[in-house]
Design a protein around this ligand. Structure first.
Ligand code: SF4
Length: 518
């Protein structure tokens, strides 16, 4: 059985996985995920007044089709049946034709795919906000509008308009999630996080979901089990309502793409709250717990009960049984650092905006770089480490998402009171970076593109696509992106993005820095 998928940076030969996914996705799983997308398109076209149950189904089903989220064919089949029964109940007997997603003129397919992947990324953020009880009707409704549009023919200009609309709505979606996170768990504050694993039982939490972590912290309190973040959960240490727990100890490991090495042989269970899950080695399969939209065959899944609560007793008891390490273990960052600092959300940076502005006026800060995005396994991602190392000593590096593990433990010193590397949070905290840029532009009475600010983005999966669409829809230029250009950008579409929107494929750190600082 053949398949087709080119939604992530690891796609085979840069053009598409056709025999099986580089990520481990089988043709059967790929077909089920495509069928879910085709079914959601029919649902979006059919249902005029969706119920809250349908809204949840829309965002969760989209999220399940993101890279490295759900490999469980039984779960995907159940989701597909759920969508199709809604469609049939509404009187639509249309047959699924998921092959259509990848057919047609190369440029139109490219534009259609870009919209689909942007919507998938946005659905992930909507899902997280929804989990905390936050919803924006305009955002939810856009998921239907976009899915219906994906199943309809459009001119190039119309597709470009839809992409900009997606970016604008995603900006609102990221604002919603920012509000959900900060209202529920407080404004992040700068926090030093150790890479030291203390002796005794522990649990590693990976993914992105703050609510799952909060619940686990609450339920494990006083049980002698320590909790450590992994990958894009690291920024959780900055939130006051999470950091208040004394057994929330530190961070274990680095970015998601190193999990097969990092989870092998540790005396602790691992909780996956969202992407990214890689095919587990047999050596740790029995220590994996998934929840929410994450799925992998033969792992233990923690479900919500009828009242929306989750019981984490099994994973807590598993940690106690395994017992953890007998002595503390130092697991450094990628550059041998023993600690990292996180918690520089827009609330913190903007509270000292006058100091930042004064430092720029006094020429103590010459340039701002936002070096952010997802990490991935390719060796060419060393670019980001080298880039950060090469930046001038009077420049500040803002960062977010898990690509930062390539440099977040470097000691690059300080400028005045500011550490040169400031971790703004998870990928969705791109919203906070935009707030900082807008505030600086306001303070200097100029446009964002006139600021000494360059965005250097690493992309891996679909959440990066909705963020780039947001930046483009806001008219932000000065964006360097890599390490490779998405396989779903046709040459003509790439040309439009480069020529008309100011997107620049990365080159080498030295060449790019020379160009930026010229
Ligand atoms: Fe290939 Fe990426 Fe699709 Fe997996 S998600 S099948 S690696 S393109």
């Amino acid at each position: 059985m053949n398949m087709f998928c080119f939604q992530c940076e690891e796609t085979a030969k840069g053009t598409g996985c056709t025999k099986g996914g580089v990520c481990g996705k089988t043709p059967q799983t790929a077909k089920l995920q495509d069928d879910i997308i085709a079914a959601l398109i029919i649902m979006a076209k059919t249902i005029k007044n969706p119920t809250p149950v349908m809204d949840e189904l829309m965002m969760d089903s989209l999220f399940m089709t993101l890279t490295n989220v759900n490999f469980d064919n039984d779960v995907l089949t159940a989701k597909l049946n759920e969508i199709m029964s809604i469609v049939k109940e509404a009187g639509n007997t249309e047959e699924l034709n998921s092959a259509q997603l990848w057919e047609g003129d190369e440029d139109i397919r490219s534009l259609r795919t870009t919209l689909l992947l942007g919507v998938k990324g946005m659905a992930a953020y909507a899902h997280h906000a929804h989990a905390l009880g936050y919803e924006d009707k305009e955002v939810t409704q856009w998921l239907y509008t976009a899915m219906a549009a994906i199943g309809t023919d459009h001119s190039t200009e119309e597709w470009l308009g839809l992409l900009m609309d997606c970016g604008k709505v995603n900006y609102k979606c990221m604002a919603l999630l920012d509000k959900a996170n900060t209202t529920t768990y407080g404004t992040p504050i700068p926090t030093e996080v150790p890479f030291m694993i203390e002796k005794g039982p522990f649990i590693v939490v990976t993914g992105h979901d703050l609510k799952d972590l909060a619940e686990l912290l609450k339920q494990s309190e006083g049980k002698g089990v320590n909790i450590y973040t992994h990958s894009d959960m690291l920024p959780c240490h900055g939130y006051p309502e999470l950091k208040k727990y004394p057994h929330f100890k530190g961070n274990y490991g680095t970015a998601w793409c190193n999990q097969r090495k990092e989870f092998d042989g540790i005396p602790a269970p691992i909780l996956y709250t969202t992407n990214c899950i890689q095919r587990p080695k047999d050596s740790y399969l029995d220590r994996i717990y998934t929840t929410s939209i994450v799925g992998f065959p033969n792992t233990k899944h923690i479900k919500e009960d009828a009242t929306g609560n989750k019981d984490f007793t099994a994973i807590i008891n598993h940690a106690i049984k395994l017992g953890g390490y007998e002595k503390p273990q130092m697991r450094t960052g990628m550059n041998n650092g023993a600690t990292v600092t996180t918690g520089f959300g827009h609330g913190t940076i903007l509270s000292v905006a006058d100091q930042v502005v004064d430092a720029v006026k006094a020429k103590a800060i010459s340039h701002f770089f936002l070096v952010g995005g997802c990490d991935g396994g390719k060796a060419s991602r060393d670019y980001y480490t080298e880039f950060v190392k090469e930046t001038p000593e009077d420049s500040l590096i803002l960062t977010l998402a898990c690509g930062k593990f390539r440099f977040n433990d470097l000691d690059l010193g300080k400028i005045g009171n500011f550490p040169r590397i400031m971790d703004m949070g998870q990928c969705n905290d791109a919203y906070g970076a935009i707030q900082v840029a807008l505030a600086l532009a306001d303070a200097f009475d100029c446009g964002v593109n006139d600021l000494p600010l360059t965005l250097v983005l690493s992309w891996y999966e679909q959440k990066a696509i909705c963020i780039v669409l947001t930046l483009l829809s806001l008219g932000v230029k000065n964006i360097y992106v890599g390490p490779s250009i998405p396989g779903f950008f046709s040459p003509n579409v790439l040309n439009i993005l480069v020529e008309n929107f100011g997107l620049t494929p990365i080159s080498t750190p030295k060449e790019d820095l020379e160009k930026i600082l010229a």
